[in-house]
Design a protein around this ligand. Sequence first.
Ligand code: ME8
Length: 655
Amino acid sequence: MQRFYITTPIYYVNARPHLGHAYTTFVADTLKRFHRMCGEDARMLTGTDEHGDKIVKAAAKAGKTPQEFVNGVSAEYQALWPKLGIEHDSFIRTTDPAHKASVQALLQRIYDKGDIYFGEYGGHYCTGCERFYTEKELENGLCPQHLTKPEYISEKNYFFRMSKYQGWLKQYILDNPDFIRPERYRNEVLAMLENGVLEDLCISRPKSRLEWGIELPFDRDYVCYVWFDALANYISALGWPENERDESGDYCKYWPGEHLVAKDILKPHGIFWPTMLKAADLPVYRHLNVHGYWLVKDTKMSKSLGNVVDPQVAADVFGLDAFRYFLMREMNFGSDASFSEEAIITRINADLANDLGNLFSRVLSMNAKYFAGKVPALGVRNEADEDLNRLTDDACANYVQLFRQMRCSQALDSLWEPIRAMNKYVDIQAPWSLAKEGSTERLGTVLRTLLEAMYRVAALLWPVMPSSSSAMQEQLGLPCEESSFSATRLDELLKKREHLHSGASIALKSALFPRLEMPAKEEAPKADAKKPKTEKNARGAAEAPAGTKPFIEFPDFEKLDLRVGVILAADQHPHADKLLRFDVDMGEEKPRQICSGIAANFKPEELIGKKVIVVANLPPRKLRGLESQGMILTAEWPGGLTLLSADAPAGSTIR
Ligand code: ME8
């Protein structure tokens, strides 16, 4: 029996699960189900990444010990997945004793081979990324991911001789074109390997700086770098190294597996992990499947921007299967996609309520009306019936092939061809006219042709929408039995055109996907008597009242991100009399440094503790040599100036 092992990243426990985490985990669950449906022995792994600096800081902020803190957030992840219908087979935590032992074994093996050495290192360390950056990698001296200034740290550490494997990895990627897919990410990794020499990887942190990690087996004064620890989860979860040579053990059965990640963690998965495996003489993974980001209003989701989508709320509001369908259909695997209420409602109404739901509803109610809910017999088929069957055959075959290539959105698109064609077929064949004419045999053939094609489509949808697919199969009188999944059954779904039994009772009606109401659009402000009259300019566009700046569009206004900040520290700018320098708490990991030209109006010490309003999404810029990461808003009048304020916690959004 073929085996399929799919993994998600193990998520950091410094944040609560959001749409992005749910997406990757849904894809993994869908792929696992897909491979089960194909008759394979499929297994899925997810888990939580619990060591490192970030976690220590988040725990301290929450007033907990790291262990208490990670237990709490990991439990949230573990509780969420079943609620979202996710059926993972194992959940790994990097604080599990078995994982720790496995990481130590991996380190020891590479150390014994001579590929880990002790050396001195100085670098720019970003706590957000938990990694060192070289001068070249920084953008304007800032971490390219977090736009914060890394700390320069120089210390003795252990290094993995990653550079030794640069040539091998490049050749491996060239020889295995879909090792990293889609292609754009393969090219990105190749570019990383081609642009100069790959540096050795610093894989330790001295305990004097960080205790929360796995001890190096060969030096108890150091803990292991989080990425080295985290990546090993993919094999530690299979019981490696104990069962490395045991054919009946999980490691031999399931490794090498398939990884699923977003583009943010391409480098550790595309470079660190295969070289680590190679150094340990272990086989590399089958494929690294890389997807894009879910954006909200074209912006990356982040806690500080307050635009994080809670997957459980979305599943409750839109329905779990509809939410899953939307995510799988809307994101072209590899590219970014936008999440919005409008987008999900539009998609659900068009594809599920109108196309699929409507098809089931009309065909089942006609069958109830004309055949008392019994499956009608097939008569002679005409060209239109054959066309529909051929289209269904092709679409089903494409669906399976596209799924195997991780092209889930295109796979679903392909399956919607027969669904739309069936709705057209109903319109053209007009069963109601056949009934009126008394053409019972032809009426039966039309409905039976539809019911059969509906069954094949419904059954194939199981990996994406398990409950709805089961409900549809049940309505057609053939309940979905997971125990019957096999390669033969899949082959039948792809090729066999008759599955239902003539005369069997099927559902009399179906109401699967209710249409959703689009939320009322925010109305453009109506010009009324109290508001200043607007003038039209030469092109007929409205002009702003005299004395104000020209009108802007509402979407332009929406781009502004205004936040409440609390001034933690204030002092005179060292090189500019007019500027004050502040540390402002914006509810983020670190306070922001902001410079503001208000030295003539305030003494620095009188502003400490003051709540201010900050434009939070201006790009950082240097003001007389100091970087300013935002702008504090003021109200001004002739001869006076004050700071805008709001009585709300740091980080609150202003709308
Ligand atoms: O990176 N859109 O954990 P993490 C799509 N612990 N997917 C998103 C997303 C978004 N906006 N945001 C997050 C780590 N994800 C490490 C991984 S693995 C050995 C260690 C998903 O909690 C996506 O899968 O930051 C991304 O790769 C992952 O969450 C990052 O999760």
